[in-house]
Design a protein around this ligand. Structure first.
Ligand code: SF4
Ligand code: SF4
Ligand code: FES
Length: 317
């Protein structure tokens, strides 16, 4: 069966520079053939100038991540025919949120720099040997599956607008160490991650978890890091203040009191600048009036849940 492959290409050595263009190839494919095998066939038989990365061909090195029909996937782990049947075409592009070097090859320097920044190795605790239980192991099991393919970073909504954001892959890797009972530098790590462009800048779009080919669930790791940072008392930042304000708002009135939350998160002076925006939200029915702010019906039940949770926590402590 012949399938038409459309590939977004660019050649930095051409007169146009890395101006992208689409090139089509007709490829004879067989049952079970992967996108990577098809690309290798194109390069071998049709166009040796087509550039793409690959190494293991077994979904373990992370080299061949690219956008296939709009979503990041490992080319060596994606079969052509099912993909073609789902979408009616095969359209391949380089990973988004990265600068293209040539064709399907993107510059991963920022990705690796961020990985370096989080100190990607264990800092042993001072006390001698530590017993690691099955539960301890489970805490970091998922994040250990990461193969550094950068797919999560390519779909990250925060990275799209802020290239300095540390990104889901480095945050998942951070939990690999913070969540490890043998780690001795957790607090320092969490302090650094709680700074600007760090763990509180994630907007929880869930894309990283949805498109990770290895089930690492970076958002889950980010949530664990946030909880641990607050448990460690690292709360002098907007993210932690926002969480506190939200918990308090639900306890008081049973829902979000956006006006009070803004003041508690940003402080008085910075919140003043938000007033015109708040008025607009209120006019459009997006925010209840900050002064006449009724408690929800059944607020007693909400308070009851909070009390039960507090009792549970006291028992644990
Ligand atoms: S959930 Fe957070 S880290 Fe993950 S892709 Fe969305 S913004 Fe990025
Ligand atoms: S977390 Fe998943 S998507 Fe992100 S780099 Fe690791 S394996 Fe790739
Ligand atoms: S070639 Fe290694 S993950 Fe695809």
């Amino acid at each position: 069966m012949k399938i038409r492959f459309k590939i977004r290409r660019c050649d930095p050595s051409s007169r146009e520079g890395c101006e992208p263009y689409i090139q089509a190839y007709n490829v004879e494919v067989s049952e079970g053939m992967t996108v990577l095998e098809a690309l290798i066939k194109i390069a071998d038989e049709d166009d040796p100038t087509l550039a793409f990365r690959r190494s293991c061909r077994s979904a373990i090195c992370g080299s061949c991540a690219m956008n296939i029909n709009g979503f990041p996937k490992l080319a060596c782990n994606t079969q052509v025919i099912p993909e073609y049947r789902k979408r009616g075409e095969i359209f391949i592009e380089p990973l988004a949120n990265h600068t293209v070097i040539r064709d399907l090859i993107v510059d991963l320097t920022p990705f690796w720099k961020k990985m370096e920044k989080i100190t990607p190795y264990l800092i042993p605790r001072e006390e001698g040997s530590i017993r690691v239980t099955k539960e301890d192991e489970r805490e970091i099991d998922r994040v250990q599956r990461c193969i550094m393919c950068a797919s999560c970073n390519s779909v990250c909504s925060t990275l799209e607008v802020d290239r300095q954001f540390i990104g889901p892959s480095a945050l998942a890797k951070s939990w690999r160490f913070v969540g490890d009972v043998r780690e001795g530098g957790s607090k320092r790590r969490l302090e650094r991650l709680s700074e600007e462009h760090g763990l509180w800048d994630c907007v929880r779009c869930v894309h990283c978890t949805e498109f990770c080919p290895k089930g690492v669930e970076p958002l889950r790791a980010i949530e664990r890091l946030r909880c641990r940072a607050m448990e460690e008392g690292i709360v002098d930042n907007e993210g932690a203040k926002h969480v506190d304000a939200m918990v308090d708002s639900v306890r008081r009135v049973g829902r979000l009191d956006e006006a009070a939350m803004t003041f508690r998160t940003l402080g008085f002076l910075r919140s003043l600048g938000m007033i015109p925006f708040g008025i607009k939200m209120e006019i459009h029915g997006k925010m209840p009036h900050p002064i006449i702010f009724p408690k929800i019906e059944g607020i007693d039940e909400v308070k009851h849940i909070y009390r039960a949770r507090e009792r549970e926590k006291e028992k644990k402590d």
